[in-house]
Design a protein around this ligand. Structure first.
Ligand SMILES: N#Cc1c(-c2ccc3cc[nH]c3c2)n[nH]c1N
Length: 229
């Protein structure tokens, strides 16, 4: 998988050199490149924003630098890459979308700042490639970088070979539409709190049943809508 990120804060993504995704990059499973939007400007101040047509507070990101930056990644014609634009107006990011992103060969992320990116950037690239506006959640961030970091981690870990033991991807929250069961490890008793005896029983059928019941109970309590309730 190739991942290109366009941002005014490319150094924000240096953290991707660490941990699991760092190993995936070293092994060539995932190739991540952060591009500085300001490298696609040509004025002395490397300007990427301007005042909004129609008035209003804040600044809007100019279309020209975005056009030059994205064309520099996907060329000037049609592209099979998927352009992902983090936006509060986007579709809510879910594990299913993470799976869909993980299946892509080439992802291009456009990290907006200020009041967002001139709408014509999305409208133009929608004529040349698939474009998805995706929201991290119903709260306001200052830009798209945090959202892109979450999306890259959630999708990257699903790329075959990135996670050492694929089994560990199966019993996770949201993987089967339910929240995960509680986990325990040694010691068997800690500060007067004991590990549920079923987990020490060696009875794998009883353990699996208990874990599923815990998933249902936790999901019903915390996220009833996931059960259609
Ligand atoms: N995804 C997402 C977002 C954002 C977001 C995304 C991009 C920009 C560009 C300027 N401000 C932004 C906020 N806020 N809340 C979310 N869930």
């Amino acid at each position: 998988m190739r991942v290109d990120i366009v941002t005014i804060f490319p150094e924000f993504f240096s953290v991707l050199d660490l941990s699991l995704l760092g190993k995936a990059r070293q092994s060539g499973l995932i190739e991540v490149t952060a591009h500085d939007l300001r490298d696609a400007t040509h004025d002395r101040h490397r300007t990427v924003d301007d005042t909004p047509y129609g008035g209003g507070a804040g600044m809007v990101m100019k279309p020209e630098p975005w056009g030059e930056a994205i064309d520099g990644i996907v060329g000037d014609g049609a592209s099979d890459a998927l352009l992902v634009v983090p936006s509060p107006a986007g579709e809510p990011f879910t594990q299913q979308i993470a799976r869909e992103l993980a299946a892509e060969q080439h992802l291009v992320f456009a990290c907006g700042r200020y009041e967002g990116i001139d709408q014509r950037v999305v409208d133009h690239y929608a004529t040349r490639m698939r474009v998805r506006l995706i929201s991290l959640g119903d709260y306001v961030l200052n830009g798209g970088e945090v959202a892109v970091m979450a999306m890259i981690e959630a999708a990257g870990r699903l790329v075959p070979g990135v996670v050492g033991n694929p089994e560990s991807l199966v019993e996770e929250s949201h993987e089967d539409g339910l929240l995960e069961y509680p986990s325990y490890t040694k010691p068997a008793s800690w500060r007067g709190l004991d590990v549920p005896p079923v987990l020490l029983s060696g009875n794998h059928g009883a353990i699996a049943a208990w874990r599923h019941e815990q998933q249902i109970e936790r999901t019903r309590r915390v996220r009833p809508e996931l059960l259609g309730e």
